[in-house]
Ligand binder design. Structure first.
Ligand code: G3H
Length: 193
């Protein structure tokens, strides 16, 4: 069978501070996940099996992939949902500085587009080439960001696009998708760190 593996980057400094966006380094815990990842992957992918690792262009995904010895490719299309003016803020700060936006997003998280940034719908559109490429590939491990993974996950799970913002994609968990003709089988593997 052919698998698509998904993982968020390890916990970042921004995750710790509750800030969104940015291009932060991994936290200490995030680095531990990066160090564990090769062994975790090896439990499921035999040495003779091919695997390619895709990351975004942001540091936290490349740092998460750094100990993996498979061929790698980084894609701008896998970068996190662009929060525009809210980039680098906490949700509290957003609610304070842009109360109307905060409410608008709460009312329609799928369509809400950050000022100078993106909506979930925008992310789905820019993911199209990624999805196309995935259909042609063998085993791929995608190390990217929460909002992006929610969209990819919803696509393969046949969940309506509008529900993408509510998919649960926890940190430090490998998700294995096995696309079949009429359904996709899912295995979740939690790293214990
Ligand atoms: O800003 C990007 C976050 O990873 C997505 O979180 O869409 O639930 O705010 P959120």
């Amino acid at each position: 069978p052919r698998y698509i593996w998904l993982s968020r980057h390890g916990e970042s400094q921004y995750n710790l501070e509750g800030k969104i966006g940015g291009d932060a380094d991994l936290s200490e815990r995030g680095f531990k996940y990066a160090q564990k990842l090769p062994d975790l992957v090896k439990q499921y992918i035999k040495d003779h099996e091919k695997l390619t690792v895709w990351t975004s262009t942001l540091k936290r995904t490349k740092q998460t992939a750094q100990y993996l010895t498979y061929p790698k490719k980084s894609w701008k299309a896998l970068d996190e949902l662009d929060a525009g003016s809210c980039d680098g803020l906490t949700y509290e700060e957003i609610a304070e500085r842009f109360p109307e936006d905060f409410k608008a997003r709460d009312d329609n998280k799928f369509e809400y587009r950050y000022r100078g940034g993106e909506s979930y719908r925008d992310v789905i559109i820019r993911l199209e080439p990624i999805i196309m490429e995935l259909e042609n590939q063998e085993n791929i491990l995608i190390i990217t960001h929460q909002a992006v993974l929610r969209c990819i996950y919803a696509y393969f799970m046949n969940v309506p696009q509008e529900e993408s913002p509510w998919m649960s994609i926890p940190l430090h968990t490998l998700i294995r998708l096995e696309p079949r003709a009429y359904e996709t089988l899912v295995t979740r593997i939690k790293a214990d760190i």
